[in-house]
Design a protein around this ligand. Sequence first.
Ligand code: HGY
Ligand code: MN
Ligand code: MN
Length: 424
Amino acid sequence: MNVMIDYLLRAENVLNKINELASISDDPACVTRTFGTVAFQQGSALIQRWMQTAGLQTRVDAIGNVRGRLTSSIAGAKTFVIASHMDTVVNAGKFDGPLGVIMGLDLLEQLRQSGKALPFHLELIAFSDEEGVRFHTTYLGSKVVAGSFDTSLLAKKDESGTALSEVIQAIGGGIDQLPADAIAPDDWLGYVEIHIEQGPVLYERNVPVAVVTAIAGQKRVEIKFRGMAGHAGTVPMDMRQDALCAAAEFILEVERFGNATKQNLVATVGKLNVVNAASNVIPGDVHCSLDVRSNDETVLASAYQTLQLTCYAIGEKRGVPVTWNLIQETDPAACDILLTELLAKSINESGYELIDLVSGAGHDGVPISQVAPVCMLFVRCFKGISHNPLEDVEVSDMAATLQVADRFINHLIDNFLSFRPQED
Ligand code: HGY
Ligand code: MN
Ligand code: MN
């Protein structure tokens, strides 16, 4: 019984850190820490201090990832990464991202204190931009570590007109250094991410943790409706090119299509901007986002094409030309079977019911899965609520997660030879 008391104490410690980090925000009224802002840099410095206190070798890389290592004395040792992200959406919850970073910190601190010899390096990474809120393109931090960062993104501007390259420079990063911050494909042993489920299954099934079998693919689009601004009092209804009505018709079509598509598909318009909005002006310029996801590549591609054609047809019918700009796309990613089986074994040994889930949310494991075997451990959250200040996790579920993750990491160390990618 005292084992669980120890995990509960560790979980309390994790929660205290989560609360401390959540108090650092771009907006005093809510939790918002987007890439490169003052609050982002303060949060990053706090996480780096925690890593140093835990005895990790720490550094901040060229894209702002905070990285802490426990090194192995074995020559040519590979690296196993435990990670999640430290950036948030706007008006976020406290757990999406930071839970995985701070749990990883606890696990590595315990491991270091145990003095156990490591047959491979263990690296904790707090990724700098998973949500993609500021530049509307996700996985900036994990793509650098995976070696797949697209340098054409450096010119991308945020809503204030600041380029990504300028923000990287401003936080002390270096464009030229980006390639060197990748972990070479041959150096990877694997990757694990602890993350809240952000869905209702574990809450409904009353189970604290689950393994993840796959992470959905996604496409993000920026759409512009170019109508004709006009006087709200003088232009007859049948002579208007109302950009907002065109956008509104499309948005409802997105919802109808998503509901009508029985297969695993979700489609969302989360951002809508009426340019030069005024109550007595017929909207001439309206911009919106589109987020389409599925864990089936064919379903995703087909849905994307249908919605694009629908958008153009609405614009044509209303005399409101549309520009459609795909700014981000990732294929569905499968989790590694061996590592996931080891997580499942650790869940069974800890006495919890085993549930496996597909993640509808995107995660940094997606780009990493291109170069290394990845696995994820989901943690139950209150009613599955996320991207919302109501996001919450029970301390007892955090304790259960630490117990499972401890087992997983120690199994990995004790049997790591069975997880080495085949030597070529
Ligand atoms: O949007 C997502 O799926 C994640 O929260 N970045
Ligand atoms: Mn997340
Ligand atoms: Mn998120």
